[in-house]
Design a protein around this ligand. Structure first.
Ligand code: CJB
Length: 839
């Protein structure tokens, strides 16, 4: 019994303790205590941040018993664990989320107030960990939340980037990037675990040798060794004892100085080595769905995956089991191809370091991994040149060649004489410069391959992974994305949450399908009125925020029409701008025209090297400058680009939105998850038949959704027949007027050059068929305009949207992953002090 040696066993904690107690008085005392003893500050000398940190530690104490007993569960020999490998986790602020999950928000609010502090100020003080670019990283965060809330033992593994996604500022209408120094004032939510540090090899060469059993083996002689230090963050579940762990790795030099180099006098050389090691976890690559093929990025991927797999092996062995059952202990999910090197690394660890035979190792490996694809964009497909790969990971290249040799032998049997199949399925792209195809490695090494929305999965099967689908159709399945209602409703929208709960109770927070109960109130005038009042009050708050942040005055009574997401040509922010200019032209032609006043709110970051995306931001802000200040417009249209879109910003904007813009080219947006957050919060969607929009429309009803645009096969057909965007320009007077106005420099102080790259691209290439969808979009927006005039019916549609979004809870997605892919069941955590209290 491990507790026999536990010094705490004879002085057990109780729920009345200062470190666990939940009464307002205990919380208040704990806050003062932490300020004094942890921050080392007297109240009169304490900064906002000191108070925030003190409060964060008060909350951390209160989740600690649950966290410790959840960890203890991992080590039980037959606990099956989900291991979620992701290069990104876009968590958002922790404090309020943890208050909600621990169900202590009211008590803490009161304790804070009794300490003469402002609750909201402390909440706003938290610097969010922006360890992701966009949808993919945020999905990982929602999934971690649902895993805990569903009481599934799970570990998230990733990188503790010292600098996360850059902070965005807008200067003179252009994006300016600033370093995200999220750690500078301390991070109370992480605990370093240096005792679980591992080492990771890089570079060098391999050499054959015969071990003392006479076995032929290969030894990897690295050029460099780095140390991975794990930092653990607790992931609480909603009103359950489960607190899972997100384990993020920081890279360090094995010793702070290389003494050998130091001793021969190369002091600077020794420090150099340390800098190289620390660089690995220094900064998140800010590209979304666009690979850069940089050596450091490959090192990052290998670094965290190797750390994670070594950690899992340690856990498995500690739980008293042998490595040939690794796949029974862990279900390892690859979040896109970023961690796909894990397939080769697990093989290496099993064979080279744990003496397993190839066939056994392959059996274990290929029963451990499952792979999620998140995009069809060709520029996001990860390929590493064989040269670069071999330089960093020489042993892995050999292993990949061997996996490939065996795999292609099977392919040959299946597709006899068909060279095309062999070429396309091979892990090595032999055309031109040879490269390693990470998606192929992920497919061969995984027992499950899934897409993230119904349409996307079908397109995965029929396009980018068609050959793998023909080879192993049984591996393929769909898991439509979801988002956590705890953060995206309860935390982001407390007013709507309270209204909903006052009608149908609060079970919906765990069982989102129960929102269906709201349907019966959709025709209730009193309920509609309350619904509308809440939306208005949230819009007022956002209007104030917009004023503070941008100096632009917007009318809270106008329609809030919102487009927030990464800036990408396929997401078509420029189509939205063309709509705004169209309305502007109508006003200029007829200043007394009757149109629904709108506030257009944009947000999103552009990859620093993506010139067209950055120009699109300038396009939005420049059109805004003209429209917002033209007296003829009479404030009926306002265009706002709110800087620095992140999780905190999302929590502010989704609840205030009335129209959600989901206007990607059909077939390009794998799923989208913002679309779900809007709908849950009662916004109506204008969208194409793309990604999860299709399923949202199915759920909320076609009559409560504004659909427009070409469908996926129509886009394909149009392009196959030689799409000529110029034809649309030529034959459409309004479109021509809009583009000509831009070309003449109306939005660029007369400069016809500024937006020329954007216009040239639209008129001569238009890869995302913006011009082909223009008229359909304008017509559909005119319907939106009309619909908004009937506020009663609009509110009805808004209620029905929220009521019918049950499917889009990440709890549903995660339950499906558990059932179909991971084969793992909930394991409630027993925490002695809480169980005693309940008994
Ligand atoms: N996605 O955010 C990213 N980054 C990538 O590199 C590839 C895909 C997004 O993933 C989300 C989660 O699955 C999807 O909802 C979204 O459509 C996709 O663009």
């Amino acid at each position: 019994d491990p507790l026999a040696n536990d010094p705490l066993a004879n002085c057990p904690i109780t729920i009345e303790d200062d470190r666990t107690g939940l009464s307002v008085e205990t919380l208040r005392r704990a806050l003062a205590d932490h300020l004094y003893y942890i921050q080392g500050k007297l109240p009169e000398h304490a900064s906002k941040n000191d108070f925030y940190l003190a409060l964060a530690f008060v909350v951390r104490d209160r989740l600690m018993p649950r966290w410790l007993y959840s960890k203890k569960n991992y080590l039980q020999p037959d606990t099956r664990i989900v291991s979620y490998l992701s290069a990104e986790f876009l968590l958002g602020p922790h404090l309020e989320n943890n208050l909600i999950n621990l169900d202590i928000q009211d008590e803490v609010r009161q304790a804070v107030q009794e300490s003469n502090l402002d609750y909201q100020v402390l909440i706003d003080q938290e610097e969010e960990p922006g360890l992701g670019n966009g949808g993919l990283g945020r999905l990982a965060a929602c999934y971690m939340d649902s895993l805990s809330s569903l009481e599934i033992p799970a570990l998230g593994y990733g990188i503790r980037y010292e600098f996360g996604i850059f902070d965005q500022d807008i200067r003179d209408g252009w994006q300016v990037e600033m370093t995200d120094k999220w750690l500078q004032f301390g991070n109370p939510w992480e605990i370093a675990r240096p005792s679980f540090a591992v080492t990771v090899k890089l570079g060098g060469h391999t050499e054959p040798y015969v071990d003392n059993q006479g076995q032929y083996k290969v030894r990897w002689v690295p050029a460099q060794i780095v140390k991975g230090i794990p930092y653990d963050t607790p992931i609480t579940g909603y009103k359950v004892n489960t607190v899972n762990t997100l384990r993020l790795w920081k890279s360090e030099a094995p010793e702070s100085f290389d003494f050998q180099v130091f001793n021969v006098g190369d002091y600077y050389g020794a420090v150099d080595q340390k800098i190289v090691s620390e660089n690995i976890s220094k900064v998140l690559y800010p590209n979304d769905e666009q690979v850069q093929g940089k050596e450091l990025r490959l090192m990052q991927q290998f670094f965290f995956v190797s750390c994670a797999l070594q950690d899992m092996i340690r856990i498995h062995l500690t739980s008293g089991r042998r490595l040939n059952t690794f796949h029974e202990k862990f279900a390892v999910q690859l979040n896109d191809t970023h961690p796909a090197i894990g397939v080769a690394e697990l093989m290496r660890l099993l064979i080279d370091e744990h003496d397993m035979a190839w066939d056994t190792a392959w059996d274990v490996t290929s029963r451990s991994f499952a792979f999620t694809n998140h995009t069809l964009l060709p520029e996001a497909l990860e390929k590493w040149s064989v040269d670069l790969f071999g330089r960093i990971l020489p042993r892995h290249l050999e292993i990949i060649y061997e996996i490939n040799r065996r795999f292609l032998d099977q392919v040959r049997v299946k597709f006899m004489g068909d060279e095309g199949h062999l070429e396309r399925l091979s892990l090595i792209d032999e055309s031109g410069h040879r490269s390693v195809r990470m998606a192929n490695l992920a497919c061969v090494g995984s027992y499950s391959i899934n897409g993230v929305a119904a349409l996307h999965t079908e397109l995965v099967k029929s396009t980018i992974l068609k050959d793998f689908y023909e080879l192993s159709p049984e591996k393929f399945n769909n898991k439509t994305n979801g988002v956590t209602p705890r953060r995206w409703m309860v935390q982001a929208n407390p007013r709507l949450t309270n209204l909903i709960s006052s009608k149908i109770g609060d079970n919906w927070i765990k069982h989102l399908h129960e929102l269906k109960g709201l349907e019966q109130y959709a025709d209730d005038p009193g309920f509609r009125h309350e619904w509308r009042q809440i939306k208005l009050s949230i819009k007022r708050d956002l209007a104030e925020h917009i004023q503070r942040r941008t100096g632009i005055t917007v009318n809270p009574e106008s329609m809030f029409d919102v487009l927030v997401k990464r800036i990408h040509e396929y997401k078509r922010q420029h189509l939205k701008v063309l709509h705004i200019i169209t309305l502007y032209n109508r006003i200029k032609a007829n200043p007394d025209i009757d149109l629904t006043p709108r506030t257009f709110i944009f947000g999103g970051k552009a990859a620093p090297g993506y010139a067209m995306a950055k120009l699109m931001i300038k396009f939005v802000t420049s059109v805004g400058d003209v429209v917002n200040n033209d007296p003829d417009v009479r404030d009926r249209l306002k265009v706002v680009f709110l800087p620095d879109y992140n999780v905190t910003f999302g929590q502010r904007v989704y609840p205030a939105a009335e129209l959600s813009e989901q206007i990607s080219t059909a077939g390009k947006e794998a799923s989208g998850t913002g679309n779900m957050k809007f709908s849950m919060n009662g916004a109506l969607t204008i969208g194409t038949l793309d990604g999860a929009n299709i399923e949202i429309r199915e759920e909320v009803g076609a009559e409560n959704f504004f659909l427009f645009g070409l469908k996926t096969p129509e886009v394909q057909e149009l392009k196959a027949n030689g799409y000529n965007p110029w034809d649309y320009y030529d034959s459409n007077e309004t479109l021509k007027a809009v583009l000509d106005l831009v070309a003449h420099g109306h939005f660029s102080h007369g400069d016809p050059e500024l937006f020329r790259p954007l216009l040239d691209n639209l008129l001569h290439h238009d890869p995302f068929v913006v011009l082909a969808d223009y008229q359909a979009y304008i017509d559909c927006q005119d319907q939106v305009d009309q619909a908004y005039r009937d506020q009663d019916n609009w509110t009805r549609m808004s209620i029905l949207n929220a009521a019918r979004t049950g499917k889009f809870s990440s709890d549903r997605s995660i339950s499906e992953y558990c059932e179909d892919i991971w084969k793992v069941k909930p394991l409630p955590v027993t925490v002695p002090i809480y169980d005693q209290a309940q008994a």
